[in-house]
Design a protein around this ligand. Structure first.
Ligand code: PHE
Length: 441
C-alpha cells in the first residue's frame, strides 16, 4: 500500500503550522500569562521555546521523517537495537496523550463554534438564542462538543492530501489580520495601557518561580503540538531528508508570533474590562477555568456596536477553523496507527477514534470542575514534557542505525551538526530534568 503524503513542502509547513496554531495560542497562552504575572511569563516562555521546545519539535519531526511510519512504529524502530518494546510503549503513550488532548480541546473548540453562532444569531435578530449560545452551560457543551468532533472526523477521513493539506492552507492569514486590527482597537480603550505594561514589562522577581517555569514549558510544548506524536506523524508524511531545521524555525516563529499577538489583545482586554468595573482577577488569578476570556471578548465586541457582531462572527469562526486544523493533527496520530498496523480502513479508524474522544469529552463535561483543569495540567506539564525527554534520549542515545546525528563520518565533517547532536542528546535532557526536579522539590 502506498502511503498518502503531503504533495509539497509548503503543504507540510502549512499543515504543521495549522496544527501548532490553535486554541493554545489564542486561549491557552493569554490565560496562562494572565495567571502567571504577564511579562514574567512571556519572558520565560520565549526562553523555554527557544532552548527546549524548538529542539523537541526538531527531534519529533526528525524521527517521523526518517521512519516514514506512524509514531508507534517510528519510535519502536528507532529503539530496535536497544529498547524496542519501550519505544513502542512510548508511542502508545503518545496516542493516549493525543486522545487526552482531544478530550478537552473539543470542548473549548465547541465554545468557539457556539460564540460564532451567537454573534451570527444576534445579527439575524434572534437575541434570546444569541444570549443562550454565549452563556456557559452544560447543555451547550453537550451539543457543540459532538458537532466539533464530527467536523474534525469528516476532514480526517478524507486523508492527508485531500483533507488535511487542503484545509490547513486556508484562512490563517485572515486570522492574523483580524488579530492586528483588534489589537489596534483595544489599545485605544481606557485601562488598556495598564494591561500592556503588565504584559510587556516582566517582574523579574517572578521568573524563577518553579510553577511559572513549568507552566511556561507546558504551554510551549502544547502550543507547538509536541509530545503526542502529531508532529511526528506529519513529519512522516513529508518526503525523506528535508532540511528540518528551517522548517522548525518557520513553524516556531509563526506559532510564537501568533501567541504573542493574542497576548497583546487579550491581556489589555482583561484590564479594559476590569477598568469598566467587571471582576476579572481573584487572588491574582483569573476567575474560572479559562472561560473568562470568552466573556470578556464578547463585551469587547459589543462595545463596537453592530459592526462588532460582524467582527465577532469572523473572529470566532476563524478560531474554530484554527482549532479544527489542530484537532485533525491530533486525531491523525491514533488513526495512522490503526490504519498502518491494524489494517483498518481510514474511515473506520477515524470514526472509532472519534467515538473514543466523544466518550472522553463527555466524561470531562460530566465532571467538569474536577477533571477539566486536571487533564490539561497532566497533559501539558507531565505527559508532553516526558515524551519530549524521551525523544531527546532516542535521538541522542537509543537510535543508532540510520540516525544522521550519530553518523561518525558525517559528524566529523560537520562540526555544527555534531554540536547540534550533542545539544539535543545531552543539554536538552539535562535542562528538562532540572526543570522537573525544581518543581518536585
Ligand atoms: N498546538 C495546538 C494549539 O496550540 C494544540 C495541539 C497540541 C495540537 C498537541 C496537536 C497536538 O492549539
Amino acid at each position: 500500500m502506498i502511503r498518502d503524503s503531503f504533495h509539497s513542502r509548503i503543504g507540510f509547513v502549512l499543515a504543521a503550522a495549522g496544527s501548532a496554531i490553535g486554541l493554545g495560542n489564542i486561549w491557552g497562552f493569554p490565560t496562562n500569562a494572565a495567571n502567571n504575572g504577564g511579562g514574567a511569563f512571556l519572558f520565560v516562555y520565549l526562553i523555554v521555546t527557544f532552548l527546549l521546545a524548538l529542539p523537541a519539535l526538531y527531534a519529533e519531526i526528525y524521527i517521523g521523517n526518517q521512519a516514514q511510519k506512524n509514531p508507534v512504529s517510528a519510535l519502536g524502530e528507532a529503539c530496535t537495537e536497544n529498547l524496542p518494546r519501550f519505544g513502542r510503549a512510548m508511542g502508545k503513550a503518545g496516542l493516549c496523550g493525543a486522545i487526552m488532548m482531544l478530550s478537552f480541546y473539543t470542548i473549548v473548540a465547541g465554545w468557539m463554534l457556539s460564540h460564532a453562532l451567537s454573534s451570527l444569531s444576534a445579527l439575524a435578530g434572534f437575541s434570546e438564542l444569541s444570549v443562550w449560545l454565549a452563556t456557559d452551560n452544560t447543555t451547550r457543551n453537550l451539543v457543540f462538543t459532538p458537532i466539533f468532533i464530527i467536523l474534525g472526523a469528516s476532514i480526517v477521513h478524507q486523508g492527508v492530501h485531500g483533507g488535511i493539506e487542503k484545509w490547513s492552507s486556508r484562512l490563517m492569514p485572515l486570522l492574523l489580520l483580524m488579530l492586528i486590527g483588534l489589537i489596534i482597537y483595544i489599545l485605544q480603550q481606557d485601562g488598556a495601557m495598564e494591561g500592556l505594561r503588565t504584559y510587556l514589562i516582566p517582574d523579574f522577581s517572578q521568573v524563577t518561580d518553579p510553577t511559572l517555569v513549568i507552566s511556561a514549558m507546558g504551554q510551549a510544548f502544547f502550543s507547538l503540538s509536541i509530545g503526542v506524536g502529531g508532529m511526528m506523524v506529519y513529519g512522516s508524511y513529508m518526503a525523506k531528508d528535508k532540511d528540518i531545521g528551517k522548517l522548525v524555525l518557520s513553524i516556531g516563529a509563526l506559532d510564537t508570533f501568533i501567541a504573542f499577538l493574542a497576548g497583546l489583545l487579550i491581556i489589555p482586554a482583561l484590564f479594559v474590562a476590569q477598568y469598566a468595573g467587571q471582576q476579572v482577577f481573584a487572588n491574582e488569578k483569573l476567575i474560572g477555568e479559562g472561560q473568562l476570556i470568552f466573556q470578556i471578548l464578547p463585551t469587547l465586541f459589543s462595545s463596537m456596536g453592530t459592526i462588532g457582531l460582524v467582527v465577532a462572527t469572523g473572529f470566532f469562526s476563524l478560531l474554530s477553523i484554527a482549532a479544527l486544523t489542530s484537532t485533525i493533527s491530533s486525531t491523525e496520530v491514533p488513526v495512522s496507527y490503526l490504519v498502518e498496523e491494524k489494517s483498518m480502513s481510514r474511515r473506520k479508524a477515524t470514526w472509532l477514534i472519534s467515538a473514543i474522544v466523544f466518550s472522553a469529552s463527555m466524561t470531562l463535561i460530566a465532571f467538569f470542575d474536577v477533571l477539566f483543569g486536571f487533564v490539561i495540567r497532566v497533559l501539558t506539564t507531565i505527559v508532553q514534557p516526558l515524551s519530549c525527554l524521551f525523544y531527546f534520549i532516542v535521538v541522542g542515545w537509543l537510535w543508532n542505525r540510520g540516525n544522521k546525528l550519530k553518523d561518525k563520518a558525517r559528524l566529523d565533517a560537520n562540526k555544527w551538526l555534531s554540536l547540534w547532536g550533542n545539544y539535543l542528546g545531552i543539554a536538552c535532557p539535562i535542562l528538562l530534568t532540572v526543570v522537573f526536579v525544581n518543581v518536585a522539590f
